[in-house]
Design a protein around this ligand. Sequence first.
Ligand SMILES: O=C(O)CCC(=O)C(=O)O
Ligand SMILES: [Fe+2]
Length: 185
Amino acid sequence: MKELGVKLTELLAISLGIGRFHYKNLFEEGCSIMRCNYYPCCQQPNLVLGTGPHCDPTSITILHQDHVGGLDVFSDNKWQTVQPHPHALVVNIGDTFTALSNGRYKSCLHRAVVNKFKERRSMAFFLCPKEDKVVRPPEEIVLKDGTNKYPDFTWSHLLEFTQKHYRADEATLPNFTNWLLSSKP
Ligand SMILES: O=C(O)CCC(=O)C(=O)O
Ligand SMILES: [Fe+2]
């Protein structure tokens, strides 16, 4: 999975007009995360969310959902179902890649809903940078954009923020930025 994730960063780098292997080093030695989600059936699915609305704080998520379905993404101002496909994986951009692309790639707001009749499983692979390496967009992009939209940070700091201080939601990145700037001496 990590190999696939790193390949995806190559495609993203090409699309940004920077060197294909620009992000390779950052991720190759990173300690990525695999999460297995289990959603039991629920008598009152309208009152419950399997996973509340959030953007993944990580860089790229590669998700496999079973045939039941329940993943929604927020797009064009509404929640839209991502239909499960047995031969397809879902790839989402996370907050760290938003920062790495100076905001050109937006992290994807999503959630998982439950249903009354069928339990559901999904597996999410989160590509993470090496913990102590600095997350910073490429110089070429910052020069073109005229500004660095986010302060430099390390994945270990964002991980700490989302594990100990803040439950990931749609505003993790701006809140993390404020936390980082206010906690710096
Ligand atoms: O179960 C799903 O489809 C989504 C899970 C998810 O968003 C996550 O694990 O971060
Ligand atoms: Fe997620």
